[in-house]
Write a protein that binds this ligand. Structure first.
Ligand code: SF4
Ligand code: SF4
Length: 706
């Protein structure tokens, strides 16, 4: 039969196909030689990147449990870190899974061919590529090939429409065209092979059969198909091999670097890398002043970044027009690594100072100080990145160098000096630290040495008049609920959180060591604090220095007290719209989102949380008030702060009250609202202040509202 496909009844129905059918032995040999060359190019490309990564110091090893590794693997396989942008996420999943399955299928068929050859089997007598396996193989590959093509088309359409959120590298078009052509030529080759080999209908390669039927409808003969097939096969094979060879030299390298980065146990959100005195003595430096001062995990992250722009979209500093884009920071550092890395490698080989090859300065030439200081350390960039890149970590690493070199000037530098001198960024005397409690009964650790909770007041409530009311509200509530608590009074010092995130690591360590000693002296086990920055520091920073405590935010304790009836809220249904602004260090870094909402709902809406108005960006995806990372101490005018986008959101909600649960948010939001030209006005209140108004403090005998 010269023309058309055979029916199933006309041929011996052995369910298989010849591997390398219609491809001569010589062509097969050339193919394998080209494949070896492609794999070699791939290996050289990967090796070159690995050498650059090795310029960085070995990251401090944290051993992940099998469970954690399993979860990370699940995150990678199911692309669970890809959130928002649902269309693009779906397209990426299709491309990822489609390419992955086609790659596995190609490897399986190569194994079949090599093994069958070694065992001296006839080409028509495969080892395992037959029967049910073959049927499933054909269906699966056709299905996932389609997935890859669809995913690729969505990416191309996005680029074509010039979506402003993506970078436009010409090489990315080449990669997408390569994906598409590999998919299409694979199907065309399959269709031609079906006609050439006269494979019976119905077939398992449903797309290939569709194409074969099309060729058949165009009157293609078997002999014509045989000739065109070999040309198409070569085109497809060379394209696929070139793709493999080019893989590590393109953005596709993100799949290798990204997997390595995601499997590595990097710092948690809100956590920072510790610098020890031993390290300082050994290296003679603190922070990053050259690309090879980053640790390896950071250098791998530079290759993991695909410049998708999600971090930029989430960055409050970028939104406010500050000179900071986390995407640009990562991409600029990657370019810097590519420019200076080979030079550093060459000089390292000559046993010179590794930084000698660094002719372009990383500070100033590549990343400006203004960029580094614009960051509020809100963590939105690190949280949103699907590849686990942490622009924030790179920024704080580099800030440490600037502070170490005395390059921080003005108000923020003064706040560090004041913290060093007086133990608080306001620079006020330690003896005044307990003045906020002059008109209220507050047990100290000396009055109540058997306390259960240490109430950590923090510098803001100790010295800022507006925040002092938050501390007073907390104390009234704890006393009313008969919680055993005490405060340190004048013995409390700043946690050092701001100093650490501004880059002054050793000031932080000094303050933390002093506080840990005080905690030891008073046998502190449980801490409650109304400041998420302090909570985060106790949870993430202090354990690095041996301070391990049970730490909760005041909203969590108040929620528990309401829930257990120890704080009986008045059930009066209050009128007025209330929104809650999630603080970054509570909601994002420590995942506390529902407790404050429950407290507000109990106080305002008869425990009906659904009546609380939500801001567009809420819970973990909150947006920063602009006060974190030491930005509180920069003298930006309120109209020029990174949290302005958030202030607009709050005002646009038309709420009468915005509930906050962080002293920095209280200051930033109050200032922002006051400076706004909007007609809308809103009251800014801490959740404890809202709750205390709902409780009849005089209702229990012996209770006092004072
Ligand atoms: S750092 Fe992550 S989120 Fe930002 S551009 Fe790179 S890949 Fe995208
Ligand atoms: S931590 Fe926040 S402010 Fe800093 S770069 Fe990331 S998103 Fe921007």
């Amino acid at each position: 039969m010269e023309r058309g496909l055979l029916s199933a009844a006309q041929v011996d129905p052995v369910l298989t196909r010849e591997v390398f059918g219609n491809v001569s032995k010589t062509s097969q040999l050339i193919f394998y030689l080209l494949a070896a060359a492609a794999v070699l190019c791939f290996a050289i490309g990967v090796y070159r990147r690995v050498r650059l990564w090795q310029l960085g110091a070995k990251p401090a090893g944290k051993s992940a449990s099998c469970k954690a590794l399993g979860r990370k693997l699940g995150d990678i396989l199911f692309q669970r870190r890809m959130i928002n942008r649902s269309k693009i996420n779906l397209a990426h999943r299709l491309l990822f899974v489609g390419f992955g399955i086609l790659f596995i299928g190609t490897v399986l068929i190569a194994i079949e061919h090599v093994l069958a050859d070694l065992l001296g089997r006839e080409p028509t007598d495969p080892l395992f590529h037959k029967g049910l396996y073959f049927a499933l193989y054909e269906v699966t590959l056709d299905l996932f090939g389609l997935a890859m093509i669809v995913g690729c088309c969505v990416f191309m359409a996005r680029r074509w429409k010039a979506d402003s959120s993506i970078d436009r590298y010409p090489a990315d078009w080449v990669v997408l065209w390569a994906f598409l052509l590999i998919g299409i030529t694979g199907y065309v080759t399959e269709g031609l092979r079906i006609i050439q080999a006269q494979t019976p209908l119905p077939g398992w390669s449903f797309v290939g059969y569709g194409i074969a039927s099309l060729f058949q409808a165009l009157d293609m003969s078997q002999s014509a198909a045989t000739e065109v097939h070999i040309a198409a096969w070569w085109f497809h094979a060379v394209l696929a091999l070139a793709f493999i060879a080019a893989f590590p030299y393109t953005r596709l390298m993100h799949s290798i670097a990204g997997v390595l980065n995601l499997m590595h146990d990097a710092e948690n959100l809100g956590e920072m890398q510790l610098v020890t005195l031993e390290e300082l003595e050994e290296t003679g430096r603190i922070g990053v002043s050259a690309i090879d001062h980053f640790d390896r995990s950071r250098l791998i992250q530079l290759d993991a970044c695909v410049s998708c722009g999600r971090c930029e979209d989430a960055c409050p500093a970028f939104e406010a027009g500050k000179p900071l884009s986390p995407r640009t920071v990562v991409q600029d550092l990657r370019t810097h690594l590519n420019v200076v890395g080979p030079g550093i490698l060459a000089t390292t080989k000559d046993a010179k100072d590794p930084s000698d090859g660094d002719s372009v300065d990383i500070h100033g030439d590549t990343i400006s100080a203004e960029t580094l200081w614009s960051c509020t350390t809100c963590g939105a960039c690190a949280d949103i990145c699907p590849l686990g890149v942490t622009p924030l970590g790179m920024i704080t690493d580099m800030r440490r160098h600037l502070v170490g070199e005395g390059q921080l000037r003005g108000a923020p530098a003064t706040s560090l000096q004041k913290t060093q001198r007086s133990g608080n960024p306001w620079g006020l005397p330690a003896n005044d630290r307990f003045a906020w409690a002059a008109d209220i009964e507050v047990p100290t650790v000396k009055d109540n040495p058997e306390f259960e909770y240490l109430y950590w007041v923090g510098c803001a409530a100790a010295y800022d008049r507006r925040i002092q009311n938050v501390a007073r509200s907390v104390v009234k509530l704890l006393r009313y609920a008969d919680v055993s608590f005490a405060v340190l009074g004048a013995e409390e010092k700043c946690t050092g959180e701001s100093a650490r995130r501004m880059g002054d690591e050793f000031l932080f360590q000094e303050l933390a060591a002093a506080n840990i000693d005080t905690f030891k002296k008073y046998r502190v086990r449980k801490i409650v604090a109304h400041c998420p920055h302090c909570v985060n520091s106790f949870l993430q920073d202090y354990p690095q220095l041996g301070g391990n405590y049970e730490v909760i935010h005041h909203s969590q304790l108040l929620d528990l007290l309401v829930e257990t009836g120890r704080l009986p809220v008045s059930t009066a249904d209050k009128q007025g719209k209330v929104v809650y602004h999630d603080p970054c260090y509570l909601a994002r870094a420590n995942e506390v989102t529902e407790a404050p909402r429950r407290v507000i709902a109990a106080a305002h809406f008869e425990k009906d949380e659904s009546r609380l108005t939500e801001l567009p960006r809420n819970r973990r995806h909150t947006s920063c008030c602009g006060g974190g990372g030491g930005r509180m101490w920069f003298d930006d005018s309120p109209g020029n702060r990174s949290g302005n986008g958030r202030i607009d959101e709050i005002l646009n909600s038309c709420a009468e009250t915005v509930a906050v649960s962080c002293p920095f948010c209280m200051v930033m939001v109050s200032d922002g609202v006051a400076a706004s030209t909007s007609q809308e006005s809103v009251q800014v209140r801490d959740v404890a202040e809202i709750l205390v108004d709902s409780i009849d403090l005089d209702s229990l005998p012996g209770s006092s509202s004072s």
